[in-house]
Design a binder for this molecule. Structure first.
Ligand code: HEM
Length: 126
């Protein structure tokens, strides 16, 4: 494979419909493999458009897994490019969900406190 990609270009392939990952300097298009992955799709989606070398190695994937990986290679990383921040489908979905949930919960409690303080004031002064 002679195609060379920068981390910026690789980061653009960060959705379930089009997902690339990097393992040991090589670029892999894992879009079609995502549903077949024995370890589940979420774990790979979390690394979409990024360097997955360490997590891939840490799992201790078999020879068979390495063969599958080889078949998905689309090129290699431009050695002069630097890793970039990538918004993965996982992290962006979780981020907006938790922030919204926590924020509105606190607002409801604050409103309830204000309501009871005002009610107490009126009950004692009217
Ligand atoms: C294109 C890249 C990948 C391929 C081709 C691949 C392939 C495989 C294969 C064939 C297995 C079955 C066990 C084995 O043969 O080793 C497996 C299991 C697993 N993979 Fe991957 N994998 C990839 C990427 C990843 C990544 C990035 C992670 C993230 C940590 C990951 C996490 C796991 C886990 C946790 C299991 C164990 C599932 C279990 O035994 O319950 N894989 N993978």
């Amino acid at each position: 494979m002679s195609n060379v990609y920068t981390y910026q270009q690789i980061a653009e392939h960060n959705s379930a419909e089009d997902i690339w990952i990097v393992v040991d300097g090589k670029v892999y298009d894992v879009t079609k493999f995502l549903d077949e992955h024995p370890g589940g799709d979420e774990i790979i989606l979390d690394l979409a458009g990024q360097d997955a070398s360490d997590p891939f190695r840490d799992i201790g994937h078999s020879e068979e897994a390495l063969k599958v990986l080889n078949g998905l290679c689309v090129g290699r990383v431009d050695i002069n490019s630097k890793p970039v921040e990538v918004d993965t489908p996982e992290t962006s979905a979780q981020g907006s969900h938790t922030t919204g949930g926590e924020g509105s919960g606190k607002l409801v409690i604050a409103c309830a406190i204000v309501f009871f303080v005002v009610a107490y004031y009126f009950a004692n002064n009217l």
